[in-house]
Design a protein around this ligand. Structure first.
Ligand code: SAH
Length: 353
């Protein structure tokens, strides 16, 4: 079937049922079982559509490994515990994390490894990357086994379907996806709803991520009951903000958001405040900026060690990778780090209490 098949399916559905809720459109675009963006491809890296921190440098996963080890130790080294990654992409972060903690056999022996991944294509990539490692897969967070839980999620929450609301005459309307006169996808204003937002100027847009909040609530309840912690790294707002952030990216360039469902990545800024609130009674740490988090965890020292081991011809490359991760003009301030933990946890490395 052609690449436009999902567009045809969704357009037929709109003709039959009327405009679609945005989360339904996004969920199909990203995870349709046959034609979804993530279902059908590995989008990461230079040849793909976008690059993520673990694909930029091994230092990212290594420092997160150190963070996991310290978080586990600060919670009394529970054994066994579930070590889970949400949306692991190519499995690079997990591979780097495991290498960094390999010298602490108590940790690796206690860790029951799980990857939460909905895409069969990316599961295969992860299986190849983690060849020889005992790891299990779950489709959803709620399918993880019970017990103490340590979770890492890098660029997972930005890929979850969002809702948009638009203000008109002091009322907030849900934005739906309909068809324009030429048969193309277009936003249409749905009925007025009562979201808890203050009135705003006409045309103002607010976004929410019900699925993100649902997963944060699930994690929060579990962490408060069984310990340990979750580390959420993503691009987004520290505080809930008005404004449209939904974007499509294809071949490292912006792309019209609704134009080609299933063929471009769709993401939106993560609202860290909303995640922290949803996760209560778990305790929230941060968010802090990614640059500051990685510096506090010792990225300069790690870069120096790597450069020394790799030789002088690699020094500039390693410094460049570090800069991409921590510089304010690159990923350093747009990306943020939020940790959720059992309420008894007082301190976590790299984060403000
Ligand atoms: N963490 C990786 C990949 C980020 S891309 C990295 O940093 O490189 C987003 C990842 O989340 C992909 O692996 C994608 O398949 C997965 N994903 C997106 N939505 C998901 C969902 N609803 N359930 C499970 N996995 C999902």
């Amino acid at each position: 079937m052609s690449a436009a098949a999902l567009g045809t399916i969704l357009a037929e559905r709109i003709r039959a049922e009327g405009p679609l809720p945005l989360p339904a459109f996004m969920a199909a675009a990203l995870m349709h079982p046959r034609f979804g963006y993530y279902t059908t491809r590995d989008p990461l890296g230079g040849q793909g559509d976008f690059t993520t921190a673990p694909e930029i440098s091994q230092m990212f996963g290594e420092l997160i490994g150190v963070w996991c080890l310290l978080a586990w130790q600060s919670m009394g080294m529970p054994s066994p515990f579930v070590l889970a990654e949400l949306g692991p992409g190519r499995g690079t972060l997990m591979a780097d994390l495991l290498r960094a903690v390999a010298s602490v056999p108590d940790f690796t022996a206690a860790a029951d490894l799980w990857l939460v991944e909905a895409s069969p294509t990316l599961r295969n990539r992860q299986r190849q990357r983690l060849d020889g490692v005992a790891v299990s897969w779950a489709e959803r967070v709620e399918d993880l086994p019970p017990g103490p839980l340590l979770v890492v999620a890098n660029e997972f929450f930005d890929a979850l379907p969002i809702e948009q609301f638009e203000c008109q005459g002091g009322l907030w309307h849900r934005r739906l996806v309909g068809l324009d006169s030429a048969g193309g996808f277009a936003f249409v204003r749905g009925p007025a709803v009562e979201p808890p937002f203050a009135p705003a100027p006409d045309g103002a847009i607010v976004e929410t991520c019900p699925e993100g909040r649902r997963i944060a609530a699930l994690l929060g309840a579990r962490l408060a009951r069984d310990g340990i912690a979750a580390l959420v790294i993503d691009y987004g707002h520290a505080r809930t903000a008005v404004g449209e952030t939904l974007q499509a990216v294809k071949s490292h360039a912006f792309h019209p958001v609704l134009a080609t469902p299933g063929q471009a990545d769709l993401t939106a800024h993560v609202d860290f405040q909303a995640l922290a609130e949803a996760a209560m009674p778990a305790r929230a740490f941060g968010p802090v900026e990614q640059g500051s988090f990685l510096v506090r965890l010792g990225i300069h020292t790690r870069a120096g060690m790597l450069a020394q081991a790799a030789g002088p011809e690699m020094t500039a490359d390693i410094a460049g990778q570090m800069r991409r991760l921590i510089d304010p003009t690159e990923m350093g301030t747009l990306f943020k780090v939020l940790a959720l933990a059992h309420p008894a946890v007082a301190l976590l490395p790299g984060l403000d209490p």
